[in-house]
Design a protein around this ligand. Sequence first.
Ligand code: ZN
Length: 352
Amino acid sequence: MLFPTTIAGSLPKPSWLAETERLWPQWRQSGDTLADAMRDATRIALFEQEHAGIDVVTDGEQSREHFVHGFVGGVEGIDFTKKVRRGIRADRYQADCPSVVAPIRRPKSVHAAEVSFARSQTDRTLKITIPGPMTIVDTLYDDCYGSRRDLAFAFADVIHQEILDLCALGVDVVQLDEPAFNVFFDEVDAWGIDALNAAIAGVPCKTAVHVCYGYGIQANVDWKASLGKEWDQYDIVLPMLARSNIDQVAIELAGSRVPPHVLAHLKTKSVAVGCIDVASDDVERPQDVVRTLETALAYLPAESITATTNCGMAPMSRAVAYAKLRALGEGAKRMRTQCSRSSDGPSAMIQH
Ligand code: ZN
C-alpha cells in the first residue's frame, strides 16, 4: 500500500494519568493504580490511532515520563537521585539530568511489559521507540566514562539487546530517536552513525531513525527562529544517514523551514515524511497533508514514502493531537486515491 501512516511516537497523556501539556510531567497515580492507568491510557492511544487510520501504531509512550529518561530508568549504573542541571542540545535548554555513576548494564528488558501489553491490544504493525545512543548521552550527566563516544557505544550495546528482546515479543519496527544528530554534526560523523549501526546490527525487525528539530516547546521555537530562513542542517546529516544501515529516516516537512530538496539525499531509504506540525495547535486539513506528500513525491519514489507527524505529540492537548491524527489518516487516504486515479502512476502527478 502506498503512503502508509505512522506517528513519531508519543501522544498526550490523559489528565488522570499525568500532568497535561508538559514535556516532563509528574504522574498522578502510584503503585498498581499507576500501572493500571498506564495500560488504560495505552488502550486509548491505540484506539485513537486505529480510528484515525494510522497503519503503524505505537503505545503513545503512555508509560514513560520522558522519551529518554523512560528508557534510561531501566538501566543500571545511573543514579536518578543525583540529578545535575546542565545545558543539553548544545545549551539550547537546561535539564536536570541523572548521573552515570558506574558502567551501565541492563538487568532485564526495559520495555517488555509495555510492549507485550500493546501487542496484545492491536493487530496493526507495532512500532516501539527507543532513544538513540547520542541523544541519551546528551540527556545524562556523565560521572563515570569521561567520553561521550565510549558512553554512546555502551548504550548502543544495551539498546541492541533491548531491540532483540522486543522483537521476540512481536515488535515490527524499532525507531531510534536521535534529535541530537541535528546539533552535533562532527560527532555524528565521527561516531554517531557507527553507534547507530551498532545498536541495530543484525536485528530481525525494520529499523527507523527520527532526527528532528524538536517538540513544539518554547525553547525549540526560539532555537528554530535563530536557524535562518532555510533549515539546511539536513544537507549535512542526511547524506551520513543515507550511508547508515537504518531502513527509514524521518523528516519534518509540515510548517517547517526544511527545504524539500534535502529529501533527494534519501533516495535509497524509506522516508517518513512529517505532514503534521506539532509546534502549532492549528489542525491541518486532509488537503494540507496531501500537499505535503505531493511535495515529497517530487523528490522521492511514492513507494518509499510514509506519512507521519513531525515529532512527538506528548506536550500537546489531546483534542488537538487526535484531530491532527485524523487529518493525517484522511490525507494519506486521499493521496492513495489520487495516485490510483492517475493513469501513469504517482510520478505523473508531479512536475519534476
Ligand atoms: Zn522529534
